[in-house]
Design a binder for this molecule. Structure first.
Ligand SMILES: CC(C)(COP(=O)(O)OP(=O)(O)OC[C@H]1O[C@@H](n2cnc3c(N)ncnc32)[C@H](O)[C@@H]1OP(=O)(O)O)[C@@H](O)C(=O)NCCC(=O)NCCS
Length: 184
């Protein structure tokens, strides 16, 4: 069992991570429709608005995962989201993912949001490790994950077809033991 019913607000210098609110939806929609987000997360733009709205309006009720909005602090604007999901009981592991829309990228927000979120997850749970997947054509995300301490685990060859080319997915992991070394 994983217990993530409590939805915290985590405050950093550049970002606040907080539970979703009804008024966040237009900002989230802008992030989700951004061509770079679509490409780098392997998603399509033809989603149903009401389904997505319902998805975000129900995130705060989920006991076994944590989804938080990333708020750009000075402007108080939602620029993306951080998520841990897919609890794996055998390995005491969950999957991490992040996305930031065009207004929030390349200013250090992703690095700070990832660090804040992962610190919280390891402090608040008994999880032994976090995993993630990143497409091989996303060196910026890889750089951020490596800075936080994620290391290469394995490759899923030809995981995504993008504009006629097959892209590998790189799986990375961060164990609680490795994370704890950075806390002293
Ligand atoms: C990936 C993402 C979360 C990173 O957040 P961000 O706020 O843009 O990144 P930051 O500004 O915190 O840090 C980016 C780092 O990558 C580096 N970087 C940028 N472009 C790079 C590139 N092409 N190659 C290598 N490093 C690169 C930057 O120099 C910076 O490192 P530094 O702090 O050591 O200088 C964000 O860009 C994003 O969500 N992108 C779209 C969706 C996505 O890729 N999601 C992840 C799917 S796995």
């Amino acid at each position: 069992m994983i217990e993530l019913s409590y939805k915290p607000t985590l405050t950093g210098d550049k970002v606040t991570l907080r539970p979703f609110r009804e008024e966040d939806f237009p900002y989230l929609e802008e992030c989700l429709k951004d061509p770079e987000v679509l490409k780098l997360t392997g998603s399509t733009a033809d989603f149903d608005r009401e389904t997505v709205r319902k998805w975000y309006s129900t995130r705060n009720e989920q006991p076994d995962r944590l989804d938080l909005a990333i708020v750009d602090r000075p402007q108080e604007i939602v620029v993306g989201e951080v998520v841990v999901n897919e609890y794996d009981e055998n390995n005491q592991s969950m999957n991490f993912r992040i996305l930031i829309g065009p207004g929030g990228r390349n200013r250090g927000l992703g690095t700070e949001a990832t660090q804040l979120f992962i610190d919280y997850i390891f402090e608040a749970t008994d999880l032994c490790q976090l995993t993630l997947g990143v497409y091989d054509f996303n060196p910026r995300a890889k750089k951020v994950y490596e800075k936080i301490g994620f290391v290469f685990d394995r490759i899923d060859k030809n995981d995504l077809e993008f504009e006629g080319e097959w892209i590998d997915a790189i799986n990375m992991k961060l164990t609680k033991a490795e994370w704890a070394k950075g806390q002293v």
